[in-house]
Ligand binder design. Structure first.
Ligand code: PGA
Length: 255
């Protein structure tokens, strides 16, 4: 794992956008795995600026999003399809044909999960962007007693529902279930770009990087991936300890 830490969330977003731009320029027909949440917003803003300046062209890119709430239509302003349209797709020329987000409204959500996994298998991801939950979740893979491998339906924890309730009128409105890529789906990506900002993520980052690999901290599995870049601000990196980094982990800090 390669860790970069920067002084601000804006700098994290800029650096992440540079890596995504490099991926797209290197392989214009690449597959990008994308994430929602507040963390990637600086990165998406930077990608939009690059697109406007014609520094990056998404016309041949395919995207696969990690997850979606069950029960929300794509038009609901808290659905992840809506989030992606608003914060990235519509602003960089990414069309419906190129972009994939699991369907939260399917009559048969188990079938939707199986179909989405097949879609992921047929579009091997070149670069997967990830945020992390305060409880160590990636996508909606919540702390659990075992790693769920493929795309599946998940019951959201109270912690996650509470964390996300800031976007809804009330906690009651936050869906109780979601569809998410599994840990195995995520681990197949050739490269993983994990972003974390803010002190609320410090403990999750410490456990992800230095803790035991356990489904209780889903992101800790990333220690076993051969190409992970973790980009943090100082607050999210505040509990990392240089002396205790696992062998092969390198930490580069903004001067
Ligand atoms: P956040 O969510 O970026 O809004 O903190 C990240 C996540 O829960 O994966």
């Amino acid at each position: 794992m390669l860790i970069y830490s920067f002084s601000s969330p804006e700098a994290v977003g800029k650096f992440a956008a540079n890596l995504i731009q490099a991926q797209v320029n290197l392989k214009p027909s690449c597959v990008l795995g994308l994430a929602t949440g507040s963390t990637p917003l600086h990165c998406y803003g930077e990608l939009i600026r690059k697109y406007q300046k014609k520094e990056v062209d998404f016309s041949q890119v395919t995207t696969l999003n990690l997850d979606e709430y069950l029960g929300l239509s794509p038009k609901h302003d808290q659905s992840y399809r809506y989030f992606m349209e608003k914060n990235l797709f519509s602003q960089v020329g990414l069309t419906d044909k190129q972009t994939h987000v699991p369907t939260g409204e399917s009559q048969d959500s188990e079938k939707e999960a199986r179909d989405y996994e097949k879609l992921c298998l047929s579009h091997p991801t070149d670069l997967q962007l990830l945020g992390i939950g305060a409880n160590g979740h990636i996508g909606f893979n919540e702390p659990s007693s075992s790693f769920a491998l493929s795309t599946h339906i998940v019951e959201l924890t109270e912690k996650t529902r509470q964390d996300n309730s800031r976007f809804f009128a009330s906690l009651e409105e936050v869906p109780k279930k979601a569809i998410t890529m599994g840990i195995g789906t995520i681990m197949r990506a050739k490269k993983i770009l994990l972003l974390a900002t803010g002190s609320s993520k410090a403990q999750a980052i410490q456990k992800t990087v230095q803790g035991p690999i356990t489904p209780e901290t889903p992101a800790s599995i990333l220690q076993l991936h051969q190409d992970v870049v973790l980009v943090t601000d100082l607050e999210a990196a505040s509990l990392l300890n240089e002396q205790d980094l696992p062998l092969g982990t390198e930490w580069r800090k903004e001067a």
